[in-house]
Design a protein around this ligand. Structure first.
Ligand SMILES: [Zn+2]
Length: 65
């Protein structure tokens, strides 16, 4: 399971509508609109991810729930 960096939604594999690669990381999106938003300003959303890394086990669990 991946998280949509634009809207923050957790996306199940079968719900993924689109993905893109930015700085060697792949990002998944729930809809083409989120992908478009990301592609316009990838640094905004990619940085957001980096500022909030899944450092605690609690967060990891939430990501995979
Ligand atoms: Zn989305």
């Amino acid at each position: 399971m991946e998280r949509d960096p634009v809207c923050g939604q957790v996306i199940k594999l079968f719900e993924m509508k689109d993905s893109t690669v930015y700085k060697g990381s792949r990002y998944y999106f729930c809809c083409p609109v989120c992908k478009k938003t990301f592609d316009e300003k990838p640094e905004v959303y990619a940085d957001k991810e980096e500022k909030d890394p899944p450092k605690s086990d609690d967060k990891q669990l939430r990501l995979f729930r």
